[in-house]
Write a protein that binds this ligand. Sequence first.
Ligand SMILES: NC(=O)c1ccc[n+]([C@@H]2O[C@H](COP(=O)([O-])OP(=O)(O)OC[C@H]3O[C@@H](n4cnc5c(N)ncnc54)[C@H](O)[C@@H]3O)[C@@H](O)[C@H]2O)c1
Length: 350
Amino acid sequence: MSEKPIVLKLGKDAFGDKAWKELGKIADVITIPEYTTREQFLRDVKDPQSKLSRVQVITRTARSVKNTGQFDEELALALPSSVVAVCHTGAGYDQIDVEPFKKRHIQVANVPDLVSNATADTHVFLLLGALRNFSIGNRRLIEGKWPDAGPACASPFGYDPEGKTVGILGLGRIGRCILERLKPFGFEHFIYHNRHQLPSEEEHGCEYVSFEEFLKRSDIVSVNVPLNDNTHHLINADTIEKMKDGVVIVNTARGAVIDEQAMTDALRSGKIRSAGLDVFEFEPKISKELLSMPQVLGLPHMGTHCVETRKKMEELVVNNARNVILTGKVLTIVPEMQNETWPNDVKPLI
Ligand SMILES: NC(=O)c1ccc[n+]([C@@H]2O[C@H](COP(=O)([O-])OP(=O)(O)OC[C@H]3O[C@@H](n4cnc5c(N)ncnc54)[C@H](O)[C@@H]3O)[C@@H](O)[C@H]2O)c1
């Protein structure tokens, strides 16, 4: 009997048991010990005695970065020639440098679309919460400072959507879901900035503006761009300076799109009135000063932390691995690889 293809599962999942069990009928699913370090991983994938040196498909969660580090050029070059695909559990794949994997003809898949509703829900929660200063009230409530106890305990008034312009930085899948969710709340106007204007049917009535105009006109800056070399610190001291005084910033994309120190300084000065943040530049290490600010409504990266969405994400990752085994191709290849002509060796693994 011929050997089953080897699938390496990096990181734990919560709801994929059934799907993994099914996959186990056609694949040899292996894992690595919890305590694996990057050095060890890079050594083991080259060790001919280890099954890791014959792996064909890798699935990974964002948290497995603690065992492997970034999927960068060094790691891409260290992987055995048997690897044909890396299937990531998430829409954002900034932990993977796509280019070196492309050079090695290793497909990279992410999980787009399925995450959009849950992330947009989180974004709207943070946006309304930051606009209304709910974090300040919540912190005072926990401290036992009910507003009746005197002026020192009263929270500052929040603001209504009325008359406000929401600026969506990155009107993509999640940006559009946020837009549709926000429409009924009564905001005055919606503008967006992407690198290029979208066809009108994809704009959903949102007005396209230049980046300069975006910064000048937004009362609320809603950050939804992926993290890459072009977007790293797209929001920085200079761009914050060009924003309205008292702007509200909401970020469920990636922390490093914003220069966190510059944002902290601007929150301290009041230039930024409040912020709703699900992501942080150096997470899981979070700046103590930022967290201590009552005008910051924060979550520990919980955008897709819900049963139904997580289950669908985990099942898609398994289906990506299954499709590679049965057809040679992942189902949801990342945009940078969509026009790639793959060599003739893209074929089923069984
Ligand atoms: N907090 C969470 O749990 C969570 C969950 C899912 C996704 N995310 C993050 O959200 C990001 C967006 O996801 P999506 O599915 O909407 O992606 P998407 O690719 O559908 O949309 C991104 C949009 O940003 C635009 N864009 C890219 N670079 C830009 C630039 N330099 N300037 C202006 N616009 C630019 C693109 O044109 C696109 O419209 C992901 O990359 C991921 O990092 C976070």
